[in-house]
Design a protein around this ligand. Structure first.
Ligand code: PEP
Length: 254
């Protein structure tokens, strides 16, 4: 599987700042042909991404979507609007949206279905709220995935990306989860997803305080199919460095 490395800017960077970020990043990542890269800007910057990233190695997408095709939903953005802007990925179920907007697994299922209807890839975030024993975390994560993916056809799961993002490892002051534990959790999620997708592999990427120091150790773990970077990647040079992380076995990297 090709590694998948991306960033969400959350509610950061104006359209002008987005333009400058792309100007800085593009020459640094243009040679990276063995991996897939993506950026999820705020809605207001997606048009800039479309202008600057077409024909480059970086795909783009959105951080959320409304499940309806259109209508009286003031302030919301629909899947056809995102598809029309060339979005390839749509993030769904980030812990900040679950926490701040009360998003439930039923709503997330409807969002996933909308993204799939419009030919894009849902990037579903799942994570445990607090540190816990690995087996307990896996049970909780699988229960969440089971609820969020209810009714999604196995064939459609091949377009899904799952981001394992422990809530406690995200944001200012947090530290990333231990790579070996991340690997164990990813392999459990991947086995469950593969079974549900009738034998097709579903990528599982890790997010939560990823920086350059830990990126290669995470990517060296079997089962870690990529990285999802938050605040560290607001600096374009940081993103480019992580995007260029050597991919190899744990022994090669250590
Ligand atoms: C995130 O919130 O998805 C994330 C990965 O954030 P950070 O890297 O800043 O912890």
């Amino acid at each position: 599987m090709r590694p998948l490395i991306g960033t969400s800017w959350k509610m950061n960077l104006t359209a002008s700042e987005a333009d400058a970020w792309f100007t800085a990043v593009l020459p640094l990542v243009a040679h990276l042909a063995d991996r897939d890269l993506f950026v999820l800007p705020p809605f207001t910057d997606i048009w800039v991404a479309r202008e600057r990233l077409q024909g480059t190695v970086i795909g783009w997408g959105a951080q959320d979507v409304h499940p309806a095709e259109g209508g009286a939903h003031t302030g919301d953005i629909s899947a056809p609007m995102l598809a029309d802007l060339g979005c390839r990925y749509v993030e769904i179920g980030h812990s900040e949206r679950r926490r701040d907007h009360g998003e439930t697994p039923d709503l997330l299922t409807a969002k996933i279905a909308a993204v799939l209807r419009w030919g894009m890839r849902p990037l579903l975030c799942t994570g445990e709220p607090a540190p816990m024993d690995t087996d307990d975390a896996v049970r909780l994560l699988l229960a969440d995935l089971d609820r969020c993916l209810a009714g999604i056809a196995p064939a459609d799961l091949t377009r899904l990306v799952v981001a394992y993002e422990p809530w406690w490892a995200i944001g200012d002051g947090a530290v990333a989860a231990v790579p070996e534990q991340v690997g164990t959790i990813h392999r459990s999620l991947a086995a469950w997803l593969e079974d549900r997708a009738n034998g097709q592999a579903v990528p599982v990427i890790y997010g939560g305080s990823v920086d350059l120091d830990i990126a290669s150790r995470l990517l060296a773990e079997p089962g870690v199919d990529g990285l999802f970077v938050g605040r560290y990647a607001l600096d374009p040079v940081n993103f480019a460095r992580i995007a260029a992380t050597p991919i190899g076995s744990a022994e090669e990297v250590r």
